[in-house]
Design a protein around this ligand. Structure first.
Ligand SMILES: C[S@@+](CC[C@H](N)C(=O)[O-])C[C@H]1O[C@@H](n2cnc3c(N)ncnc32)[C@H](O)[C@@H]1O
Length: 273
């Protein structure tokens, strides 16, 4: 795991990462996140009328879930195309949500604004993790809840990101998103400002027509996979795609030629001091 350094140019890394997440169409991948967003919202349990923030909301999946409880919901993401998509989804459903373009490391909200702050496979991907942790705690009310769902080092998502790192190195000086998927990492990031941290490993199933289809979905729509394919030597592209298929196969529980991939992830509920 990479350790962040003082000399890392987080602004430059953030800009490159923003371009990566703006590549492809994350909304197509987000269908697999609905189940995690539902579970996280049930665990954080915002009540009607409470203010909820979905950080790094992508096309708005967790925000849409929270609004169904008649919460006052805001969603923020730094990819404008995804925020546009989130607005379109909300409008199609007749849901009113304040979706904004913005950076999780520097959010345009006052201190103690939200009763519940959520992030599903979102804040884990920021460049400066300490700064993002400070921000998410700053905007949460004392006694409010922070709910996170994210990748863990072991299991599908750990293997998936490891396969990417073997071919396209992550930016130097930036810590792995998997740090948020460990108890030690979460304690380092949140401990000083929380009363408690409760972690639960859960399994979300991802459904595809086949293993080939699963990898095709990611190589067509998932920014980090598309970028890795662009960066690596053409001679290695086939090996990379084969490695991705092997990861999908390792966690596939279907026996009928389709793919039902078990994704173990960490769900965290922390209470702010
Ligand atoms: C794996 S996607 C998850 C999106 C959404 N939470 C979902 O579950 O569908 C990661 C998201 O994090 C966003 N993101 C990463 N770093 C960010 C940052 N520093 N500020 C705002 N958004 C960020 C990306 O733009 C992308 O939409």
């Amino acid at each position: 795991m990479n350790n962040g350094t003082q000399s890392t140019d987080y602004a430059e890394v953030t800009e490159r990462q923003r371009e990566t997440w703006g590549t492809g169409d994350f909304n197509e991948i987000a269908r697999q996140n609905v189940i995690m967003a539902e579970a996280l919202c049930a665990a954080a349990d915002p009540h009607p009328g409470q203010r909820v923030l979905d950080i790094a909301c992508g096309s708005g999946t967790a925000a849409l879930v929270a609004e169904r409880r008649y919460c006052e919901v805001t969603g923020i993401d730094y990819v404008s195309g995804l925020i546009e998509r989130a607005k379109t989804r909300a409008q199609a459903n007749g849901q009113r949500i304040d979706f904004r373009v913005g950076d999780a490391q520097d959010m345009p909200f006052p201190d103690n604004r939200f009763d519940v702050v959520l992030s599903v496979y979102g804040v884990q991907f920021v460049a400066d993790q300490e700064q993002a942790a400070r921000e998410l705690l700053r905007v949460c009310k004392p006694g409010g809840k922070v709910g996170l769902a994210g990748p863990i080092p072991e299991g599908w998502s750990g293997d998936w990101f490891a396969a990417h790192s073997r071919y396209a190195s992550p930016p130097p000086g930036v810590q792995s998103p998997l740090r948020w998927g460990t108890e030690e990492g979460l304690e380092e990031l949140l401990e000083t400002d929380v009363l408690s941290i409760e972690n639960e490993q859960r399994t979300a199933l991802q459904y595809y027509r086949s293993i080939d289809h699963a990898v095709e979905v990611f190589s067509t729509y998932f920014g980090p996979t598309i970028r890795a394919l662009e960066e690596i030597d053409p001679a290695d592209q086939e090996n990379f795609l084969n490695d991705l298929k092997a990861v999908m196969r390792r966690y596939n529980r279907a026996t009928d030629g389709t793919a039902i991939v078990e994704n173990r992830y960490l769900q965290t509920i922390a209470i702010k001091k």
